[in-house]
Design a protein around this ligand. Structure first.
Ligand code: SF4
Length: 294
């Protein structure tokens, strides 16, 4: 997390019960998949119990988790029993020093050991790596090689500009592919097949890979047209697009006693206003990803 971000008062954070109410209403509207992100979701007491309750919401077929894996170890066995659809782990380097420089934490060893343990328990792991010039371009091949040894998806994601990262320069997927092609012959696009995912990533494999490599070209290949996602912030704001401010204050509706039907109607009206696309190449509308679960 960036330093000096504003903290949110506890009374302004949605309780687990409130989040479950919204998920239940959303499932009646056709939502089948929920991903719990952060900040770091495992920081919040009771997160695994909440995931279990989420799995039990009628109509919700897939529950996934995004985590930095620093706090994963004590929960692995329980998470494996829960049958999560996938765990996305943010990991931008396999090198101790680079990891430390990027995250500010000297925790690579424990994160990697947690990932290995999660794999032993059969969890479906996706590694998310955002490449930034001058930080971790050297990690493209080491991370790609992970897919040879482990049944995981290694995904390279283009840096999305925010106010906090404005001074950083991301690496385009085209350049990542150039580097990987020097060592691997990436072929079949396996996107349509389970259990790789339902999002914007395009997946490829090379001979001998137990896992696969995914690319999310958020900037160079605008996939907004097929975007089917909305986000619920920790403060209960239904955000229609990662990079736009439009949305709906669901916490206010819940706490002012709105009925499920009223909330459902408001969500339907709001979703109709989902923007057609982002304006990332010309505007920066997001302060920082950790505040919105990017
Ligand atoms: S920028 Fe907005 S509309 Fe485009 S893919 Fe992301 S969330 Fe969806």
């Amino acid at each position: 997390m960036p330093k000096n971000i504003p903290y949110v008062f506890k009374q302004n954070i949605m309780s687990y019960e409130e989040i479950l109410s919204i998920c239940s209403i959303m499932s009646e509207l056709g939502v089948k998949a929920v991903r719990v992100t952060g900040g770091e979701p495992l920081n919040r007491r009771g997160c695994v119990g909440f995931l279990r309750q989420l799995k039990a919401v009628s109509g919700i077929e897939r529950v996934s988790l995004t985590t930095n894996a620093t706090l994963l170890e004590p929960h692995i066995e329980e998470l494996a029993k829960l049958g999560l659809f996938s765990i996305n782990i943010s990991l931008n380097s396999l090198d101790d020093e680079i990891y430390h420089r990027i995250t500010g934490q000297n925790m690579f060893e424990s994160v990697w050991s947690n990932i290995e343990k999660a794999l032993e328990f059969g969890l479906n792991i996706k590694i998310n790596c955002v490449l930034v010039e001058g930080f971790n371009e050297s990690e493209i091949l080491p991370l790609t090689r992970l897919a040879l040894r482990y049944p995981i998806s290694v995904r390279f994601i283009e840096l999305m500009p925010t106010e906090v990262n404005a001074s950083l320069k991301g690496v385009f997927i085209e350049n990542v592919l150039d580097v990987i092609s020097a060592e691997f012959n990436l072929k079949s696009d396996i996107t349509p097949y389970q259990p790789y995912g339902h999002g914007p990533a395009k997946y490829f494999k090379s001979d001998g890979m137990k896992g696969n490599i995914g690319f999310i070209s958020a900037l160079s290949d605008n996939f907004c047209e097929s975007c089917n996602r909305v986000r619920l912030s920790s403060e209960g704001y239904l955000k229609l697009c990662l990079h736009r401010s439009q949305g709906l204050n669901l916490r206010k509706m819940l706490r002012s006693g709105a009925s499920d039907e009223e909330i459902k109607k408001a969500i339907e009206e709001s979703i109709a206003l989902k923007p057609k696309s982002h304006r990332l190449k010309t505007h920066t509308e997001v302060k920082n990803m950790s505040q919105i679960g990017g």
